[in-house]
Design a binder for this molecule. Structure first.
Ligand code: HEC
Length: 442
């Protein structure tokens, strides 16, 4: 009975998708005869605070750090150990000072891939106990808007003072195999450092804000996210967050192709519009040019939403009710049904508003088309991406080549590093030397 309800609910979400049409190019992984593509089973594991500095430092078993620095692939030593490592770290026995209650150590992903003259297609399944198709909310209380729900790693949520709500995500990191060589053998660890947010040597907000390039005078950041060593003038024992190269130097690296692609399918912020987002990383996590599948709906300076539902298009209501919190039948805020936030609307205590809304992606940010359903005990994704998008912020894929990739899943209302990740993997197009081998189709 429960499953049937979920299917109907997901159908409601899918119906919304049709309202904001996805990319204007042929994107239909559902046309593929998947029986011709081999199925790979890949185990993602919970990594805790295991960073590049950990795997290249003296805490990593003697000899292992040297091997990693010498270009030895993690899987040469760790093949089949995903569950041992993931279970130990998720339980907080190693490398995890803040274990997330009930976090599983591993997630098994089933993946298939195919390609034709135009596109790469991927079919992806992983088990999940509920569809994380919802994100953050705010609530109206006595004339003010307050946070109502966010990720489980937030201190207020962990303390039981706020509700947990954060979307599920499936992430693919992709390299061209040459421009960021460490990614070939170290996988995502090439981008993960001890001085990033939620890591042991995270700098204070004020320190980042005061930094001439990253801070208020430059990129306007207040935390540190993924970066590759190529973007730093030097790397130290905890990373190199503050040793960032100048903007002209970073621009020159990007022009030369020194970046990794980072694609994220998001259960709330991209799925209803039939997309995954499209980003890349060099000195920080960035989005491709164009328009993301989502827009922010929170004005921090005013402490209020930017948009509300247009009551004329939402049964006379501008907000959501508490009964609509994480309810698949609740309307989604989109560019088609929003209106500018009106502080004079008759807001009532307990009215909810979503902190993000949905829009049709455009430009290079619209390169990943994904159709997803939550059925058979998990997420089923059908992913399409043109082999060569023609965009400078993308890697052009060529048949007959093999590419380094890394995978990650965020589920169970977590964010940032509280995810499951893969060891370094390879995706081949028309070859047999990958962990995932895409077959050629007509
Ligand atoms: C030369 C072999 C070798 C290579 C290459 C290697 N490791 Fe290790 N790693 C080890 C050994 C040995 C341990 C200690 C295992 C133990 O104590 O049971 C370890 C421990 C770990 C741990 C801690 C978990 C635990 O069970 O103690 C993590 C996480 C880890 N390695 C990740 C990586 C990653 C990521 C890479 C690639 C970037 C990598 N390792 C490459 C040999 C290696």
């Amino acid at each position: 009975m429960k499953r049937i309800t979920m299917k109907l609910n997901v159908a409601t979400v899918a119906a919304m998708a049709a309202i904001l049409a996805a990319p204007g190019w042929a994107a239909d992984a559902s046309r593929v005869n998947w029986s011709v593509a081999p199925k790979s089973e890949i185990t993602l594991f919970y990594p805790g605070q295991a960073s590049l500095e950990f795997v290249t430092g003296k805490e990593h078993r003697k000899g292992a750090a040297k091997a990693v620095l010498g270009g030895e692939n993690c899987l040469n030593c760790h093949k089949g150990e995903e569950a041992d490592i993931g279970d130990k770290i998720a339980a907080g026995k190693r490398l995890e000072p803040n274990p997330v209650a009930g976090k599983r150590g591993t997630i098994k992903v089933a993946m298939q891939a195919a390609y034709d003259n135009q596109n790469l297609y991927m079919k992806i399944f992983w088990p999940a106990k509920e569809a994380g198709a919802f994100h953050e909310y705010v609530v109206y209380k006595d004339g003010k808007w307050e946070n109502y729900a966010t990720n489980r790693n937030n201190a207020a949520v962990a303390a039981g003072k706020m509700k947990a709500s954060y979307e599920d995500r499936f992430t693919i990191m992709l390299g061209d195999g040459k421009s960021v060589p460490a990614f070939n053998s170290q996988g995502c660890w090439a981008t993960c450092h001890n001085d990033m947010r939620y890591m042991p040597n995270e700098p204070k907000k004020a320190e980042v804000q005061a930094h001439p390039i990253l801070g208020a005078a430059g990129m306007k950041k207040d935390d540190i996210r993924k970066y590759v060593a190529e973007s730093r003038t030097a790397m130290g024992p905890t990373g190199g967050w503050d040793k960032i190269k100048s903007k002209p130097e970073i621009d020159a690296l990007r022009a030369k192709g020194v970046f990794l692609e980072l694609w994220q399918w998001r259960g709330y912020r991209s799925n209803p519009v039939g997309a995954a987002d499209d980003g890349y990383l060099i000195e920080y996590r960035a989005f491709d040019s164009g328009k993301n599948p989502f827009f922010g709906n929170w004005d921090g300076a005013k402490g209020q939403p930017i948009f509300m539902f247009d009551p004329a298009r939402n049964q006379g209501r501008a907000g959501l009710t508490e009964a609509e919190f994480r309810n698949p039948k609740a309307p989604l805020l989109t560019t088609k049904n929003r209106a500018p936030y009106d502080p004079n609307y008759k807001w009532k205590n307990g009215d909810l508003m979503v902190k993000q809304g949905l829009q049709a992606p455009e430009g290079s940010a619209a390169d990943n088309a994904v159709a997803a359903t939550f059925a058979n005990g998990g997420w089923n994704l059908l992913w399409t991406r043109r082999l060569n998008t023609g965009n400078k912020d993308d890697i052009a894929l060529k048949p007959g080549e093999t590419y380094p990739i890394g995978l990650a899943i965020h589920d169970d209302n977590v964010t940032a590093r509280f995810h499951h990740v893969s060891f370094p993997l390879k995706l081949s197009l028309g070859r047999k030397d990958g962990d995932i081998n895409a077959v050629q189709i007509k």
